[in-house]
Write a protein that binds this ligand. Structure first.
Ligand code: BG6
Length: 492
């Protein structure tokens, strides 16, 4: 680890007492503390409207760690140092006059870098940035981190961006997509560009199709209010799935730095063939979960969730066939699917290679002949496997072939290494001022343009999303999406 990682920072978390802060951000910072990655003078400053003393805040964080990092109870030597870093400033994000309290707390003193993490509603991004600027807290050593959703369409996303840009330059704005912080997602870059083996075969001459699945067992929980205005397309595809698609499809960047990686991703986004009224019917499937059984437990349908509205047409499942119109990917469909209340929680990217051009084996062996497949499993376990054909051992087997997986289990390969949560890596990167794993505005805009086309097409039809039983793999139409092309989804 280089010294930059130990640069002293003030990390100010707006929404500092909220769900994201307690479940993800503070546990991630705590883990960075455990790994010795916080500089001695780094402070963590919770900010929210509620009046609270620093001590109250420390107690709240302690409770959150007990719940979300149970092992922290045993690490008694870490807590005193971490606790000392925790401060609290009561600020109403809509009252500019409150922001001078950050100066009272010497935020950014001693020329420290400052990270303002905006874990709030995006409606507040513009006003927070402008109030920070009014008290001089937008110098070039100060950065803002924006959590999704970055708008609900291109127009609203542009409005947010314009407001933020009035006071912070693009290089100071870190748009977070936590999927980019997942270990296996970064490993995808290592696999592609750290080996000579894969890249020469990474194109339409060798790859038949690519599948990206992010399957969740949870429902919308207590987020109906947010979720019903978003839906699976905006909540998951516009950001997480499209970002994964970009990393699979982009050309090799010249260097692993923010400019080079993001320049390549934007080319992919611009090459995505629009899905509009005319082709949305054949290229997309929407679903809404009904009641069902998951892990042996009965669960309720979307319309039984608290706060639900029976007229809602919001999709909780979406499957898409995306085409990338460039030389490398011409004719290679990218099938994407994601949904809530599906049979299993898992996320994976499957690269399905083409069949051998000519088989030299007998009819019986030919029947066994399967295509090579590279599977990159993001969660729950992190592993990469490559399916290759092998001869079944035994003199009497003749040339009987069978597919065998070459497995790389990251947990086994790196036994003494803890796999960090996505937010750990991303928070460390913001502190180091490295934006490689964050989204530049042109990427967000291009992703919205593509998603808006689909949304418009859906809004033009009177058709409702198809119902699917909780615990299933989504509506049956989703199964048919690759079947229409003579392909299948990779089974879990
Ligand atoms: C969030 C979505 O961005 O990602 C949630 O808003 C979703 O709806 C979550 O559940 C999934 O993240 P992960 O890391 O649990 O796969």
């Amino acid at each position: 680890m280089n010294n930059l990682s130990l640069k002293a920072c003030d990390v100010v978390i707006f929404g500092g007492g909220g769900d994201l802060a307690m479940r993800k951000l503070l546990p991630a910072l705590y883990h960075l503390e455990m790994d010795g990655l916080l500089a001695p003078t780094t402070r963590i400053i919770g900010a929210s409207r509620r009046a609270m003393s620093a001590q109250d805040y420390q107690n709240k964080v302690r409770d959150a760690l007990d719940e979300f990092v149970p092992s922290s109870k045993d690490n008694t030597d870490i807590w005193p140092t971490f606790k000392e870093r925790l401060h609290y400033v009561s600020v109403d994000a809509q009252k500019p006059e409150d922001f001078s309290r950050f100066n009272d707390c010497h935020v950014g003193g001693e020329e420290k870098d400052v990270v303002f993490y905006l874990a709030t509603s995006p409606d507040l991004f513009g006003s927070i940035c402008s109030s920070l600027a009014q008290v001089g807290l937008n110098e070039s050593r100060m950065r803002v981190v924006l959590e999704k959703p970055l708008g609900r369409d291109l127009i609203s996303s542009r409005a947010i961006n314009t407001e933020v840009k009035q006071n912070f330059t693009e290089s100071q704005v870190f748009r977070i997509d936590h999927y980019l912080g997942k270990e296996t997602v970064q490993n995808l870059l290592a696999i592609r560009f750290g080996n000579t083996l894969f890249e020469p075969l990474w194109d339409s001459a060798h790859i038949d199709n690519v599948q990206i699945t992010v399957s969740e067992t949870v429902g919308v929980e207590d987020r109906w209010g947010y979720y019903d205005k978003a839906g699976a397309l905006r909540d998951m595809v516009q950001n997480h799935l499209i970002q994964l698609l970009c990393l699979v499809a982009m050309e090799p960047p010249g260097r692993m730095d923010a400019g080079s990686v993001r320049d390549e991703k934007i080319k992919v986004l611009k090459a995505l063939r629009p899905i509009t009224g005319a082709n949305a019917y054949t290229k997309t499937v929407r679903g809404q979960y009904a009641k069902g059984v998951i892990n042996g437990k009965e669960v309720q349908g979307y319309f039984d969730e608290e706060g639900s509205n029976p007229d809602s047409r919001t999709e909780t499942f979406v499957a898409l066939k995306a085409d990338i119109d460039n030389w490398r990917w011409a004719g290679v469909p990218f099938y994407l699917r994601t949904g809530k209340r599906l049979g299993e929680r898992y996320s994976e990217i499957v690269i399905q290679y083409k069949a051998v051009p000519h088989s030299i084996f007998s009819d019986e062996s030919n029947r066994q002949l399967q295509r090579n497949q590279l599977t990159i499993r993001l969660q729950p376990e992190e592993k990469i496997s490559l399916t290759v054909m092998n001869k079944v051992p035994g003199a009497s087997e003749g040339m009987n072939l069978q597919p065998v997986d070459l497995n790389l289990s990251l947990t086994e390969a790196f036994q003494n290494k803890r796999s960090p949560e996505a937010y750990e890596r991303l928070l460390l990167d913001v502190m180091r001022n490295d934006a490689t794993l964050f989204m530049r505005y042109d990427e967000v805009e291009a992703a919205w343009k593509w998603v808006d086309g689909i949304m418009d097409a859906w809004n033009q039809t009177s058709e409702r999303p198809k119902e699917y039983a909780s615990g299933s793999w989504g509506p049956t139409d989703s199964m048919a999406l690759p079947i229409k092309d003579g392909r299948n989804w990779h089974d879990y």
